[in-house]
Design a binder for this molecule. Sequence first.
Ligand code: GLA
Length: 690
Amino acid sequence: MVQQIHTLTADGVGLTVVVPGGGRLPRIVHWGADPGPGVPDAAYGLSALPLLPVQHEGWAGRPALSGDRDGRWQHVRLRLSEDVVLTDTTMVVRAHDEEAGVAVESTVELTPQGVVRMRHTLTNNGPGVWSVAGLRCLLPVPDNAVEKLDMTGRWSLERAPQRGVFGFGSHVRENRRGRTGHDSTLLLSVGTQGFSHRAGQVWSAHVGWSGNHEHTAERMPDSVAALGGGELLEPGEVRLAPGETYRTPTVYFAHSGEGLDGIRDRMHRLIRARANHPRTPRPVVLNTWEAVYFQHDLEKLKELADTAARVGVERFVLDDGWFRHRRHDRAGLGDWFVDETVWPNGLEPLVKHVHGLGMQFGLWFEPEMVNPDSDLFRAHPDWVLAMPGRLPAEFRNQHVLDVSNPDAYAYLLARITELVSSLGIDYIKWDHNRDIHEATSVHRQTLAVYELLRELKARFPALEIESCSSGGARVDLGILEHTDRVWTSDTNDPIDRQQIQLWTGLLLPPELLGAHVGPTRTHITKRVTNLHMRCATALFGHAGMETDLTELDGGEEELGLLTEWVALYKAKRALLHSGRVVVPDLADPSAVVHGIVSHDSTHALFSYAQITSTPANTPLRPDPFRLRLPGLDPDRSYRVEVVFGPHGGGHVPAAFDLADARWTGRALATIGLPLPRLNPADALVLELVA
Ligand code: GLA
């Protein structure tokens, strides 16, 4: 038997495969830190995870491949169809099961950022229908991965981390919401005991898909542990006719030897290297939703645009409420024509005004949805995504359109095309405000929506699109192949936002995270916060505002501060949107600290936000606490300056004169910067220049 051992390597990561010979599929011996050259032959004998673990390989976990041909051939035994193709960074495997009539092509690629990208394509080569039940991408994780971390959440509180022991059995996160979900896993991570933001080994997986999906971490007593996931398919959802194929979403795998910061760094660099990653400076946004809701009035909106332009806004987005019958959220979805009663002269006067002020114009759509009270529903009740003769329950008074229906697809493409081209729309906020229930095929729906987005981008190459889904319920690398920003959460409460942005940032770099300054009293939580806290929070994303600037509580004074903040964002966004994100490990959960360090380590911005009162066992002000700032060059010396906040100002430089201080990166990481404790719900931003 010919055996071959081969390691794919990139950026300090290694993926070692054994090709056993005799037509058997490769087995993965190792995924983690690069083992270096000369992996000994003894590695052949090590336990390993088959590329597609199934029962005949002795795998007792969830099979990587399952399905059937009319109740037969439920268990597939793949044999190589040709030699495995191996390069320094890729592996392509073609295999088939002659009798079952199934062929699979698998590609495993190690990107220059050290991220493994994997996908499988299955073809039905036999007679009759092959029903796919599951096709998953999995990699092995070692026995010292003993803890797990993933996310949950809900509307307006997305990305809440949950942690636990990674013991024996199957840890399975399933999503049947038809969209990525407020409670999406985001990344399923396992790691060494006590892994943290800055320390420990971590292995993470992300399924790049916006429909139903699953992430799994499984540890069986008689096998190596496996991490990964795939699309979640409902019975009968993917039935392949002879010659047809099914392709899995891409599953992303990242390993770090330096805690979660290493995962952030790899994922952010990978995302930034994409051909479609937005490369122009991320414009300051004014979104009208929490400013005017459905109360659309040309004069009021022009006044809002004037004020926005005055503080430095660069993109004005008209939210929900502009189209026919949409005076409230109970009617109009689907009727994508400008409402003649509210906008007797159309949207042109507003668009012209906004463009005249030098700002881009954005418009809200929710293309996949329809209200029963709409002309569209009355004309085409059969366009709803539903089983024949059965409407699913309404949610937010709306149903889902079957975008895979060619007529519905053509209607949406035509309406959006007409509006974008006739009005000169620069940006679409693309919303999706409900879970999908009882669909015939979320799989087909998801592919059709991706295709619609792709076609619009092809027609309008400069058009940017935001992925919104009642806030952050469609945040994944599938939708981001076609969109340029996510609306991170509907809440603009800076206290909640600190956590939401921090954890969404485990996957996405700051320039993709929509972050807006809201009003003094947050609409969703009713919490009152100061403007410094709100601004310091929104600075670390794709920044904007979402409040009626013409009626701020603090009037001109607040407009002045907003103008200063916008100028700061514009001056620093090149760093904010390119640097490496650093999250210090804090013993004290009452604060959130994170920073962004330029890749040459000469420039950094750090945010310190005090979320709640300090714990009872910490000394009260004015005793300083030590803010340890890791991630800088230990041998360089930095000038440290407070460039924004805290509220009430003044007392930081007065108590601790930072102005003349010079700190080495080593001293900042070890001794830490002495800072006064801020009051709860206050924040400051530090700039460090080498
Ligand atoms: C969703 C979005 C909001 C807003 C409303 C409009 O909830 O997340 O930002 O656009 O819809 O109806």
